[in-house]
Structure formats: C-alpha cells, structure tokens
Design a protein around this ligand. Sequence first.
Ligand code: ZN
Length: 86
Amino acid sequence: MTPCTRCSSKSFLVLPKFKIPEMDTTAEPDRVLPVVSSRQGVFFATDTAHGHFELWICEGCGIVQAFAKDIDAIRDLPDVKRKTIA
Ligand SMILES: [Zn+2]
C-alpha cells in the first residue's frame, strides 16, 4: 500500500468486510455489503451475493478507499464487462 494520496499518512484503519449500516434493529445485524448481489434471469432476478468490500480509512485525513475482494465468481457473469486501459 502506498501512503495516502491526500495527506501522505502511512497509517490506515482496515475494515476487512464492510457491513451495511443497519438502522432497523429488527433486521439481521451483520449483513456484509456484496460486490454483486443479483443476476437477471430469463423470467426473474436471482439474488446472489458475490465478494465483499474491504475499506481502508486514512488515520490522517479520513479518506476511504474500497477494495473488492473474493470476486472470482463475478468474472463470468454476463453483465460484468472487462475493460483494459492503455
Ligand atoms: Zn490521508
């Protein structure tokens, strides 16, 4: 990891699995935000969670970077496009 691009700090707080902030206390409390959560079928959409986000929070300025993790399963999804920059 490189120093923060905003403040040059080298200290980060890392959340390995970003969870959805839950305002409803009756709902499931530990839902991890997936990278991809549904796929459109011929007749209906199927909800399937793939991957998760790892957040890096700069201790110097608070800027947040999100990294998609465990995303191998989404490479072959029909609505995911691969783009390569020159
Ligand atoms: Zn920073």
